[in-house]
Each structure stands twice: as structure tokens, then as C-alpha cells.
Design a protein around this ligand. Structure first.
Ligand SMILES: Cc1ncc(COP(=O)(O)O)c(C=O)c1O
Length: 467
């Protein structure tokens, strides 16, 4: 029987400990593909835990593609899950718009803009109290020029938070606090692209990425994404990429979660091509089926550059994000950040550090996840009720938006203008795609900042135009 040392005092949930044990054993090849896992009943009894705990761990492994169930015969390690990276110690407990307005604004416009959190839920009072305390307590030095990489205090708490919640492996020295993920992406372009190179991107991906990476002499090589993210078997065989840009925890905009087999393939490809992977993890804290999936960075910290943001979990107005770099790139990136804007505002960084340290961020994320799940479920219900079998809903497991595909519809500029005139704004997927034809029937519907009443009314208005 599998022996797993359970640490009941560690604060890490028991299901996470079981998940982490199997994940590590599978990635390192100790449990080869095809190996049977013990039944949930047997394992629960051996570990003296409830069966639900084991079921939850297995569900997470299943969701991330590490294991598969064979009808009637149990649970087995899936194919393609061995990652030959002996040099890296895996974490012992890994864890985890631009607007495109068409037509004239309606007086009572319901805007399904993606990527906007519930703005009326920002913890104003607490943030204000923390700001007041920082102003009263902080040394005079904090009001001078800071360091380009950002506050030592914030980088220390953030490194711990990311290991705990996202399985990111880094020292605070590898972190640079940026003004949002957008600046982090800009810095990467400046860091890796001088002279012009090839970049592999997912297609579709945000239109801002197309613009940001379309520098003189640079070639974009799109690899199509499906409902599981980048189709890694279609990675080009002849190129010499400088880096591969991916959103593996929640593909933007289609919403797929990259399974472990594709993660392994991606890392092997990057390793063979001797290039970096840039992981943009913009909103995956809000995963509604199971816990957040672990980062790609945690699988190969020397090859993966990790980007995160507080725009979705707190507020885009903070303009607070971060970049985690392999050590060899840190010094040059610090220099570039200094030349860009010297540093991210210091007082906000100190407030955020206290917010995370005090456990308020964990509480806020848990609270918002409940609210967004309700809004998502409500939106799905409204779509099915209005459009029945004419709508297919994609990418709804994570984040603040989903994608709806309509049978027989094509979202032309004329149709989008008509929709907007009826008082609802939706966002076509094709705007973000290089291969636009594939996505003409699809729109992105953001629900983070819309109440149930507004969602219901918005879908009613959409239905009156589309039907
Ligand atoms: C995929 C993706 N990356 C990055 C960002 C930028 O976020 P930030 O506000 O941190 O600049 C967005 C914004 O919605 C996004 O969709």
C-alpha cells in the first residue's frame, strides 16, 4: 500500500498533501504511466483520513491530466506525464482589454467586458486603514526613490504566497514588481527581443500581445489553441524561437487549462529549442472546479518566466503585477525597469504586503470566488434558457469570463453594432485571433462586474437581437 507521510499540523489541507505526493511521484517517473493507483477506499483507510479527502486529491490529479480512470477497472497514471528534470527539486508541497466598443454607447449599456473584477467589492475600508498605518509607521526613506525590483517586504511575502497557492518556485531576488502584467510583458519584449526574433504565441491570444510583440524584425508564429489550451503537437518543427508565450492555467480567451501531457511536451520542446517559456497567469486563482492548477513555472523554474497580476484578484486600478525571472535575467531586467519608470509606487507595495501578510488576500479571494461562481452559473443558465441548443459554452471552469458559440451566427461589425444599439456590449473572439475564420461564431462574455439582474437583462437583450 502507498505510504504517504501526512503532516496534520502543517496547515496544508490533507487532500493537497496526497495530491502533491502523487504529482511528484508521477512527474519524476517513480509512478510510470499505466501504474494503478490504490482505490480511494483503501487509501483512505491506510492513511486514516476520510474517503472524501482522497477523492478530492484524485479529482485534482484527474483535472490536471496526471491520472485517468478506466471504466470498471480503477485509476491509472496517464501517458506523457514523466518530466525528465532530475536537476530540479520539485516543491515538496506544490500547490497550486483594451475595450472594443462598436457603435455609440447606449444610455444603460450592459457591458460584458472581460477581465473586470467586481469593482464594488474592493476592500476599501481595510485598504484605507492599512494605508493610514503605513503612512504613520513607515520610515522617511520609504518616501524617497525605491529599488527598481520593488519593496523587499512585498517580494518576500509574495514569494511565499505564490509557492503556497500556485506552486511557483522562486527566491524574492527573482521577483520584480511591475505596474501590472502589461508592463511585465513589455519588459520581456525589451529583454529578449533586441535585434528581432521569432516568438511562438497561442492563437487566439489578447490582441495587445500581437501589438506588443510585433516589433521590427520580429516574427509571430501562432500555434492554435483548443479547449485545452495550446495544441503543443502543432509546435513548429523548423523554427528557432526566442520564447513561447502561453496562458496555461486559463487560456485567453478560450479558457482551456493545459493538461500535464501538453505541459511536458511544451517544456521538452523549449528545452530542445533552447528557448524560454513565458507563462502569463493572469486570473487562475478563480478556478471553480477543484483547486487552482499548479503553475508551469514550478515544473522548470530555470526555463519559465512567470507573470502575475493583482488586477483580477483585487483591482486593475492598483496597476500592480510581477515578473519572476531565472537568475541569469534578473540584473538586466532590473536595469530595464529602472529606465522605464524607476520603480512601481512604493506605498501601494507596502499596503499590499501587509494585506497579503495579514491573510486578507486569501480571505478576499475565497469570498470573490463564491460570488463569481454564482454569477457564472447564472450566466450559463441565462444563456441556455435563452438560446437552448443554439449555444455552446466554452472555457467556464476558471476566471472572470466564458466563451459562447452560437450556431448559425457570425459576429460581423454590423451585428455587433446592432447588439450594442440594443444596450449590450459583447466581445468577439476573432478580434484576438490571427486565424479569424475559426472564431467568427464566438463571443467573450465577462461576468465579474455584473450583478445577476444585469446578466439576466443583458442576455435577454442579446436574445432579442440574435433570434
Ligand atoms: C491574458 C492577459 N494578460 C495580461 C493582462 C493584463 O493585466 P494587467 O492589468 O495586470 O496589466 C490581461 C488583461 O486582461 C490579460 O487578459
Amino acid at each position: 500500500m502507498t505510504w504517504i507521510t501526512m503532516d496534520r499540523a502543517s496547515g496544508t489541507p490533507l487532500f493537497r498533501q496526497i495530491y502533491a505526493h502523487f504529482r511528484k511521484a508521477i512527474l519524476q517517473g517513480e509512478m510510470k504511466s499505466g501504474t494503478a493507483l490504490p482505490s480511494t477506499r483503501e487509501l483512505a483507510s491506510a492513511l486514516h483520513v476520510s474517503r472524501n479527502v482522497v477523492v478530492e486529491a484524485y479529482e485534482q490529479l484527474f483535472a490536471e491530466g496526471y491520472i485517468e480512470s478506466r471504466h470498471g477497472s480503477g485509476t491509472y497514471v496517464a501517458d506523457g506525464t514523466f518530466l525528465d528534470l532530475a536537476r530540479h527539486a520539485l516543491p515538496s508541497i506544490p500547490l497550486a482589454a483594451m475595450t472594443s466598443s462598436v457603435g455609440t454607447a447606449h444610455a444603460d449599456l450592459i457591458d460584458f467586458r472581460h477581465g473586470i473584477p467586481a469593482l464594488n467589492q474592493f476592500p476599501r475600508k481595510l485598504w484605507g486603514q492599512l494605508a493610514q498605518r503605513i503612512c504613520a509607521d513607515t520610515s522617511d526613506e520609504a518616501f524617497g526613490y525605491g529599488k527598481p525590483e520593488g519593496s523587499t517586504e512585498l517580494r518576500a511575502v509574495l514569494a511565499q504566497y505564490l509557492l503556497r497557492t500556485r506552486g511557483v518556485i522562486c527566491e524574492p531576488e527573482q521577483l520584480i514588481i511591475t505596474t501590472g502584467a502589461t508592463q511585465a510583458i513589455n519588459l520581456i519584449a525589451k529583454l529578449l527581443l533586441p535585434g528581432g526574433k521569432e516568438i511562438i504565441i497561442e492563437d487566439p491570444i489578447t490582441k495587445e500581445i500581437h501589438t506588443l510583440f510585433s516589433l521590427p524584425g520580429t516574427t509571430l508564429s501562432p500555434v492554435p489553441a483548443d479547449d485545452q489550451g495550446m495544441m503543443t503537437h502543432l509546435l513548429p518543427t523548423d523554427g528557432k524561437p526566442c520564447f513561447i508565450y502561453v496562458t496555461p492555467s486559463h487560456q485567453f480567451p478560450l479558457g482551456g487549462v493545459l493538461p500535464i501531457q501538453r505541459r511536458v511536451q511544451l517544456i521538452q520542446y523549449a528545452s530542445a529549442s533552447d528557448c524560454y517559456i513565458v507563462e502569463d497567469d493572469y486570473d487562475s486563482e478563480f478556478r471553480y472546479e477543484g483547486a487552482p492548477v499548479s503553475s508551469l513555472q514550478g515544473l522548470d523554474p530555470d526555463r519559465v518566466i512567470y507573470i502575475g497580476t493583482f488586477s483580477k484578484i483585487l483591482s486593475p486600478a492598483l496597476r500592480m503585477g510581477y515578473l519572476i525571472l531565472p537568475r541569469s535575467l534578473v540584473e538586466t531586467a532590473r536595469g530595464l525597469k529602472w529606465l522605464t519608470d524607476l520603480h512601481t509606487p512604493s506605498l501601494e507595495q507596502l499596503i499590499l504586503a501587509r494585506f497579503i501578510e495579514g491573510g486578507y488576500l486569501d480571505r478576499h479571494v475565497a469570498k470573490m470566488k463564491k460570488l463569481y461562481r454564482k454569477r457564472r452559473d447564472y450566466l450559463i443558465q441565462a444563456l441556455v434558457h435563452t438560446f437552448a441548443d443554439k449555444v455552446t459554452i466554452l472555457g467556464y471552469s476558471t476566471g472572470l469570463h466564458l466563451v459562447a458559440e452560437f450556431t448559425g451566427a457570425v459576429f460581423t461589425p454590423a451585428l455587433l453594432a446592432q447588439i450594442e444599439q440594443s444596450g449590450v456590449r459583447v466581445y468577439p473572439v476573432s478580434v484576438h485571433a490571427l486565424d479569424k475564420n475559426k472564431h467568427r461564431k464566438r463571443i467573450i462574455l465577462g461576468y465579474g462586474n455584473l450583478s445577476e439582474e444585469r446578466i439576466a437583462e443583458g442576455i435577454r437583450r442579446l436574445g432579442s437581437i440574435m433570434q
